[in-house]
Design a protein around this ligand. Sequence first.
Ligand code: IMP
Length: 190
Amino acid sequence: MELLICTHNEHKVDEIAGFLQGYKLRSFKDLAGFTPPEETSLLFQGNALIKAAAGFRASGLPSLADDSGLEVLALGGKPGVFSARYAGEGAGDRANNEKLLKELRGIKDRRARFVSALALVDGKKTIVVTGTVEGVILEEPRGEGGFGYDPLFYVPELGKTMAELTLTEKNRISHRGRALVKLATKLKGI
Ligand code: IMP
């Protein structure tokens, strides 16, 4: 069965693929001429629904969207839904990480969490689930894997940053992995 993953981010597709054996995965990159919707919600769940609904409308395929981000306690939950554009519209991972380090300069409490909201829309049902993982923001990046804020996000139980984990290790504990397990459980119950 075909399933549209509503993103241009190959890292997200790779992570999600680990949970969805047996599906032929497509992404926004396969939709010629498609313009992704604006993510206008202030909630992860809202933006995940916007993306999944837009993907379903454009493709007619069951569509799964992840909206995710980093919430830093000392920053009142920022960057939150603005994680991808923290250092400005179109900012890359490096600029976003540099801005985060700047905002946290001199701050001792560096607790943070990643949040993932997943929305599945297939024309018959709509499912929304969330997953989180808690950690601490380091003072400098460590590791080469993953994407986004992974090199700064230290997971105390594992003694490693997210960027030092293999894909399998990251999927086992990540916000997205946890949300995907919840989604799979809900799908089995239908
Ligand atoms: P979205 O694609 O609009 O959901 O934006 C997600 C943004 O949140 C990414 O660009 C990253 O900055 C951040 N993010 C989400 N998930 C992860 C992750 O697993 N690792 C590191 N950063 C993440």
